[in-house]
Design a protein. Structure first.
Length: 142
């Protein structure tokens, strides 16, 4: 009986994870003259959108955006130096930017966290100045 219960729980977890990530391609765009698709728009099962883009047309995705069903941004990431690794991450609550995370040396690990109020006011900056992921610098502005 316990075994079956575990299997059912696993199935529910799997189904939840799958449905949360299920998305349907609704648009492909070619914005350069190389003939390659460089922007994809997906409709999520919850009604939100996912946009992926190759903004420098090198064939590697360097922009990602996720919105909720109302069109509010939830999450955004950018590969700002086009090295194939996302390095700048934007987190939103109710469509308003609340936190920005940056991997400033492109080692795949965040080393700067910027906390934002009302979408524009920087209230705190945290850094890992030696890039070990541990915060060793904090500056508060409010
Ligand atoms: Ca690219
Ligand atoms: Ca880093």
């Amino acid at each position: 009986m316990i075994k079956y219960k575990n299997i059912i729980i696993l199935f529910i977890l799997f189904f939840t994870a799958f449905s949360a990530f299920s998305r349907e391609l609704i648009s492909e765009e070619i914005r350069s003259n190389n003939g390659r698709v460089d922007r994809w728009i997906y409709l999520k099962s919850d009604g939100g959108l996912i946009v992926e883009a190759d903004n420098n047309f090198d064939g590697v995705i360097d922009y990602f955006l996720e919105t909720d069903a109302s069109g509010n941004k939830i999450f955004e990431s950018i590969d700002s130096n086009f090295n194939g690794v996302m390095d700048t991450f934007f987190y939103y609550e109710n469509g308003v930017l609340v936190r920005k995370e940056i991997d400033s040396n492109s080692d795949g690990q965040i080393d700067m966290w910027i906390y934002i109020e009302e979408g524009v006011y920087v209230v705190r900056i945290e850094r890992s100045t030696n890039n070990d992921g541990v915060i060793d610098f904090v500056r508060r502005y409010r």
